[in-house]
Ligand binder design. Structure first.
Ligand SMILES: Nc1ncnc2c1ncn2[C@@H]1O[C@H](COP(=O)(O)OP(=O)(O)OP(=O)(O)O)[C@@H](O)[C@H]1O
Ligand SMILES: [Mg+2]
Length: 160
């Protein structure tokens, strides 16, 4: 893989997180897998809601706890929102629709990827949200060639 590519932002409120997601959505390509890392309440689902808004989805975005997968059929691609928080073993992961939808032409966003441990491979982009005292720090990092290509397009525009 080429050079590591990452960038960070400070998000001061929910609207910041939503509009960040809307901007990021413009760079997504079919097949990308994005992991979302951060404590409970860090803003992972809010960010995903922003991405879906950017992709033209205006309906309700549920936290995918039961079931652990929510699927959205959008004009550009299928969008799969996973939340592995409650995954305890590999069988539960298999039942989630994980195999069928990973590595295809849809875009996958995954909350709590660490609960899927080493079964979750081929993550292209990782997003980490750190809770600071009065804001949230978001760090985005490319983990694959496809991830680098995606973020390079944003970098060229000055990460606006
Ligand atoms: N940048 C922000 N600053 C302050 N509050 C925020 C920010 N982004 C989101 N929030 C708020 O934080 C709360 C929790 O957000 P959210 O449900 O998205 O977290 P989560 O990371 O998905 O949590 P979980 O791990 O439980 O799924 C929501 O009420 C949301 O409005
Ligand atoms: Mg969530």
């Amino acid at each position: 893989m080429g050079k590591a590519l990452s960038h960070h932002w400070n998000l001061h409120n929910e609207q910041d997180t939503l509009s960040w997601g809307q901007r990021f959505s413009g760079f997504l390509k079919p097949g990308l897998v994005v992991s979302l890392v951060g404590e409970l309440g860090a803003g992972k689902t809010t960010l995903t809601r922003g991405v879906l808004l950017g992709l033209g989805y205006t309906g309700r975005v549920k936290s995918p706890t039961y079931p652990i997968l929510e699927t959205y059929s959008l004009s550009r691609f299928h969008f799969y929102h996973f939340d592995f928080y409650r995954i305890c073993d590999k069988n539960e992961l298999e039942d989630s629709g994980f195999r069928e939808n990973f590595g295809g032409s849809g875009v996958c966003f995954v909350e709590w990827p660490d609960k899927a441990q080493d079964w979750l491979k081929n993550v292209d982009i990782n997003i980490k949200i750190n809770m600071l005292e009065s804001s949230k720090e978001l760090i985005i990092e490319a983990l694959s060639e496809a991830g680098v290509l995606c973020l390079e397009n944003w970098q060229k525009l000055g990460w606006q």
